[in-house]
Design a protein around this ligand. Structure first.
Ligand code: ADP
Ligand code: MG
Length: 346
């Protein structure tokens, strides 16, 4: 259930208050993801016990927030899980499209963030930042070799708010984000949402229908559909709706209409085709999951190598200084020649 609201003059398409209806029963997830989510819920449930009753909140006033990052490709269930978390906590979900907030309100971002956090606190809502990739990575920009800290007021305010916000905050990000280390420190758990395998896809197909009211033809075979095409849960949802439209639009009496396998097959074809076209569009940031994951791995490795290099350089400088005090000078490493066995010669 969506309800548009006006908070502190912010437009309804930037944020929504959601009365949660989805539960974890509506979400099909691999066992591992489900376990991590269950653990997250225990952390939320026991937060009061640990930080109030056991007094640890008085000993540690910062960095104790309930901040979680749901990360994964589009259509993998991040939004419904955020809704399910709020549902379980019997709270409403304040969903903020950060990407939009930032682009539409340049200069106002900081003020709006403060408003959003305050509202979530006062009305005791779970705060959900959807499309939050830019938050996670914005403070850093890649220059030739290193990373340069960029002044970004919005993100600095966000980090500050996170530090003291008492409620649950959930971010949704795509897999290939370079996380700002300061953001990383405030996130208690990163939960990775993966694209579903064939078995999960079959269950998602089933879950998208009404258990009794959706009329299906006898030839419908979700196992075959799930085996044949790799799709996200979001793709499957779109295909189901498309198939229903096709079946409903056919001539004949409504009560005799059924959604058949050919409707589903055609719908799948259209959804896949639409995605292919989108992927060719230069402005689409919807890189497919496989490439996204590879990109993340590469960029993480590059960061690690940069850090290693920095640390080795530091050690070398240290050694050089130490040896200088002893009156020994190190040969310039760039002048050393190595043979094929890696032995160095002068
Ligand atoms: N794991 C899943 N189980 C069941 N349905 C799913 C799943 N993933 C996606 N869906 C369907 O796709 C729709 C879009 O998913 P959503 O939660 O918005 O994905 P994300 O936020 O990761 O982009 C959901 O409303 C749901 O119908
Ligand atoms: Mg979403």
């Amino acid at each position: 259930m969506l309800k548009d609201i006006q908070i502190g003059g912010l437009r309804g398409d930037l944020l929504q208050v959601i009365e949660p209806k989805k539960t974890f029963a509506d979400v099909i997830l691999p066992e591992k993801t489900r376990r991590i989510l269950a653990d997250t819920l225990i952390q939320i449930e026991k937060h009061r016990l640990i930080f109030d009753t056991w007094g640890l909140g008085e000993r540690h006033t910062t960095g104790t927030g309930l901040v979680f990052n749901f990360t994964g490709p589009p259509g993998t269930g991040k939004t419904i899980c955020a809704e399910a978390v709020a549902n379980l906590l019997v709270k409403r979900l304040l969903s903020v499209r950060y990407s939009e907030l930032e682009s539409c309100w340049a200069g106002e971002t900081s003020k709006n963030l403060v408003t959003v956090f305050r509202e979530a606190r006062q009305q005791d809502m779970v705060l959900f930042f959807d499309e939050a990739d830019s938050i996670a990575s914005r403070r850093f920009t890649t220059t030739n070799l290193g990373y340069e800290r960029q002044a970004n007021q919005g993100v600095n305010i966000l980090l500050k708010e996170l530090e003291y916000h008492p409620g649950v905050v959930i971010f949704a990000t795509n897999l290939w984000t370079n996380f700002d280390p300061a953001f990383q420190r405030r996130v208690r758990t990163h939960i990775v949402f993966e694209l579903p395998g064939a078995r999960e896809r079959e269950m998602i197909w089933q879950a998208q229908l009404h258990p009794t009211k959706t009329p299906l033809a006898d030839d419908v075979d979700f196992h075959a559909l799930a085996e044949r095409d790799e799709m996200s849960g979001g793709d499957i949802k779109n295909a189901v709706l498309k198939a229903a439209h096709m079946a409903a639009a056919e001539s004949g009496l409504d009560y005799q209409k059924r959604i058949g396998q050919r409707h589903f097959e055609e719908a799948v074809r259209q959804v896949i085709e639409a995605k292919r076209v989108m992927a060719q569009h230069p402005y689409v940031d919807d890189v497919d999951a496989e490439h996204g994951a590879a990109l993340l791995e590469l960029s993480t490795r590059v960061q690690e190598l940069q850090q290693d290099t920095e640390s080795l350089r530091g050690q070398l400088e240290g050694l050089r200084a130490e040896m200088a005090t002893l009156g020994i000078s190190l040969p310039d490493v760039t002048k050393l020649k190595g043979d094929d066995d890696g032995n160095t010669q002068h």
